[in-house]
Design a binder for this molecule. Structure first.
Ligand SMILES: [Zn+2]
Length: 292
């Protein structure tokens, strides 16, 4: 039985190609908690989660990646943010009726895929591609084609395991500064393409690799855990409050008695009363978090 919420890296010994394999269930479940998403929105969030996990695992530095779909369709936004420690969070916004069989185009309408890479130190990079592919994986491959030199393929599957939603994905990428033959890469991609959701979501990683590439020599490295974690904090909320004009903050306090800031990602509330605001303005450290 596969253990979910783990990311595996692997390497082909005879080709300049590396791979990644990830499966998620608990992480995905926690992202969907406290939200009432229609099934197609849940599925897209699962696919985005898998994609973000695979993409952050390609980072050569500390930092995070945000993969975001936005458009004029009923789902105006779906976003997953993850960092190099495989800590993931995400949210979607939708309105109106969403048909049970709505695909990517029907959900997003005319839209874009926006990928933002934010290193812990250094400059932020943003890439934007129109949604020309039929699937998220195809749109991401389009992004890699346009923004990077390294040929990259993604394979994303969603399904159920024992009645629980589970999602998984694989990534193949040519190693930087190496001369992988296009034929070899296409051959490995064609093998990977054959992975079925059931196999990816229920078999241990080494068995998946064996089924796909039994004629190749593959090294599988120790997995990294994937988890849900929101990076919101009372301090970050206080920082945001500091950027607002005093009059605006004062008028909310006068009307509501407090400012209640709600994190879209995890649902946490951060409440600031007049005294907290005074402390923030004095640059004193804010009181203990009020989380519920
Ligand atoms: Zn949060």
């Amino acid at each position: 039985m596969a253990q979910h919420d783990q990311l595996h890296r692997y390497l082909f010994e005879n080709f300049a190609v590396r791979g990644e394999l990830v499966t998620v269930s608990e992480t995905w479940k926690q992202i969907m908690e406290n939200h009432d998403y229609p099934t197609p929105v849940k599925t897209i969030l699962g696919e985005l989660l898998v994609a973000t996990s695979l993409l952050t695992a390609t980072l050569k530095f500390d930092g995070d990646i945000t993969v975001q779909l936005q458009g004029d369709g009923p789902m105006s936004l779906a976003v997953i943010n993850g960092n190099n420690n495989q800590q993931m969070r995400g949210v979607a916004r939708f309105k109106g009726e969403i048909l049970a069989d709505a695909d990517l185009k029907a959900l997003v309408g005319n839209g874009y895929l926006v990928i933002t890479i934010t290193p812990a130190e250094g400059e932020r990079y943003q890439g934007v591609v129109g949604l020309e592919g039929d699937t998220l994986a195809a749109c991401l491959e389009d992004y890699f084609l346009r923004s990077e030199q390294l040929p990259t393929r993604l394979f994303i599957r969603t399904g159920d395991v024992d009645g629980q939603p589970a999602a998984g994905g694989m990534l193949l990428q040519v190693l930087p500064a190496q001369d992988a033959q296009a034929d070899d890469f296409n051959h490995l991609a064609a093998l990977t393409e054959t992975i079925k959701a059931e196999e990816l979501l229920t078999l241990p990683a080494n068995e998946v690799l064996w089924r796909l590439y039994h004629e190749e020599e593959v090294t599988l490295y120790d997995p990294q855990n994937v988890e849900f974690k929101c990076t919101c904090s009372r301090e970050r909320c206080a920082d945001a409050l500091r950027t607002l004009p005093d009059e605006e903050v004062n008028s909310i306090i006068a009307e509501e008695g407090e400012i209640d800031m709600n994190c879209d990602y995890c649902g946490n509330h951060y409440v600031f009363n007049a005294m907290d605001i005074a402390e923030i303005r004095n640059n004193a450290s804010p009181a203990d978090p009020q989380v519920h």
